[in-house]
Structure formats: C-alpha cells, structure tokens
Design a protein around this ligand. Structure first.
Ligand code: CO8
Length: 259
C-alpha cells in the first residue's frame, strides 16, 4: 500500500497484514511522523475485515532504536506541550486485533515499548532489548515503566530501566517478555505462521480473548473473573461457537465467519 514513507504496509494475505518500520538511515527511530503513519495504518486495518492479525517488524538488524533522539533534541517546551506522540501511542494501543512484533536486532527505548504494546513478541536469537532512556537523563515515556514490570517483574524491570543495560533474546524469553526465540532468518516467517494460525480462528473469540487478557492489567482478580464469565456467555450467542463445536463433532475443520 502507498502513501507512507516511514512504514511499508503490505496487502493482507490469509488474514495477516505486515507493517514494516522503514527508516534504515535512523535505525527505525520512531519519529512523530512514523508513529502517525503506524496509528493511521492500524486504524485502516481496524476497519478492514481482510485483516485479522497484524505483524509489525523492522529490518534484519534493528526492530527500532527508540524515539527519534534528534527530533526530541529540537523540541522546546511548547513543542513538547503540543507533542502528538502520546495521541499516536494511544491509537496504537487501542487497536483491537492481535498484533505480533517480529523482532530482529536492537529493540530499544520506544522500540521496546512498541514491541511490548504488541500482544506477542517473537524474537530472533540476535535481538537485544533495553530501555536506555536513563543514559539521556530521561525515563521511558510510552508505557515502559508500567508494561515492563508486568512482563518481567520488579527486579529485571528496575535493572533495565535504572542501568540502561540491554538483555539478549534468551534472557527476555526466560523473563517472560518474549513468547519465542527463533534463528534470525526465521523470525518473520514464524511470526507470520503464528499470525495465520490466529487468523484462522473465530475473529470474535480472538478479539474477546485479547480484551479479557488485557483487562487483567487493570482489574482485581474477582472483577477479571466476572468479566471473563460475561465474555464467555457472550460468545455462547455466536454462530462461530456453533460452527466450532459442530465441526469438531463432524471431524472437519471449522469455517469461522465472525458471526
Ligand atoms: N534516534 C535518532 N537517530 C538514531 C537513533 C535514535 N534513537 N538510534 C540510532 N540513530 C541513528 C544514529 O544517529 C546514526 O545516524 P548517523 O549515521 O546519521 O549518525 C544511525 O542511526 C546509526 O546509528 P549508530 O551509528 O549509533 O549505530 P550502531 O550500530 O553503532 O549503534 C545503537 C546502534 C546501539 C542502537 C545506537 O544507535 C544507539 O544507542 N541508539 C540510541 C538508542 C536509545 O538511546 N534509544 C532510546 C531513545 S529515547 C526513547 O526511546 C524514549 C521514548 C519516549 C516516548 C515518549 C512518547 C511521548
């Protein structure tokens, strides 16, 4: 698809849309324009029934090296006040379909926050994760202090955010930040296969499952269990549920229609 300069958006295939971050000259630094394009591409994907899952990826060497430091350096207090980035981050977060981040190489600062705002991270063995904002005299500003602790716990979150040190993919896997580690050349392929698997499920059940899982960030257990119960009841009214159970009985693959 055309019209973007900082990202490349493919046409959806088998329910999967790829969005590639494309600023090789700046290690895919997330300038405001890039975030705006990403938010826009996701809002288009939100309305497109052909898109069931989105895979966000970078280059072979870098997922994204964080916010654009050069752009940040030029911001005066009024510029910071008018900053559109929080708005773009909110739009990215609001996307209701599953997002998989396929990460090769550096995944730093805002890049790591983008990966964490995805639902699943598939990482290459050579991926490196870090929140180096502390080296610039700042802190993560797009959810890093909140999301990282929920993924990896206090000790590692503190270590990464206070020291700026990086961790490799295997450590990120053991810490629970990453779902799978692959050989570098297989990362995007594996993310795409996983995306296709998810895309083949009932889109309603997938959306409700994502919503219910994310609610666990916000709610106490009793409220979360109540929410799950209601979501479960809601799904009982869908044709996809009937189809799923019928297909099992008839020993055939289900044909989910999102109804
Ligand atoms: N911003 C802008 N340009 C960058 C960035 C960046 N984050 N990272 C790399 N580049 C540029 C370099 O300046 C260089 O450009 P040039 O050739 O014109 O000098 C080019 O990309 C290649 O970079 P290097 O030569 O440094 O490449 P290396 O392979 O030697 O090093 C590193 C790779 C380790 C990734 C290194 O580039 C680096 O440390 N980058 C900065 C990482 C960083 O500090 N990230 C955190 C940024 S702050 C942040 O993300 C806060 C988010 C807050 C969001 C708030 C929303 C409201």
């Amino acid at each position: 698809m055309t019209g973007y300069s900082d990202i490349v958006v493919d046409s959806p295939k088998s329910g999967v849309q790829h969005i590639r971050l494309n600023r090789p000259e700046a290690h895919n630094a997330l300038r405001t324009a890039l975030l705006g394009e990403l938010a826009n591409a996701l809002s288009v994907a939100e309305q497109d029934d052909q898109v069931r899952v989105v895979v966000i990826t970078g280059s072979e060497k870098v997922f994204a090296a964080g916010a654009d430091i050069k752009e940040m350096a030029d911001l005066n207090p009024v510029g910071i006040w008018k900053d559109k980035r929080p708005q773009h981050w909110n739009s990215i977060k609001a996307f209701s379909k599953p997002v998989i981040a396929a990460v090769n190489g550096y995944c730093l600062g805002g890049g790591m926050e983008l990966a964490m705002s995805a639902d699943i991270i598939i990482a290459s063995e050579d991926a490196q994760f870090g929140q180096p904002e502390i080296n610039l005299g700042i802190i993560p500003g797009a959810g890093g202090t909140q999301r990282l602790i929920r993924s990896v716990g206090k000790a590692l979150a503190m270590k990464l955010i206070l020291s700026g040190e990086f961790i490799k993919a295997r450590e990120a896997l053991y810490a629970g930040l990453v779902a799978e580690v692959t050989q570098p050349e297989l990362t995007l392929k594996r993310a795409t296969t996983l995306a296709k698997t998810i895309a083949s499920k009932s889109p309603i059940a997938v959306r409700v499952a994502k919503e219910a899982i994310l609610a666990a960030y916000e709610t106490p257990l009793s409220q979360g269990l109540e929410l799950e119960r209601k979501a479960f009841l809601f799904l009982a009214a869908t044709e996809d549920r009937q189809e799923g159970i019928q297909a099992f009985m008839e020993k055939r693959p289900p044909q989910f229609k999102g109804l």
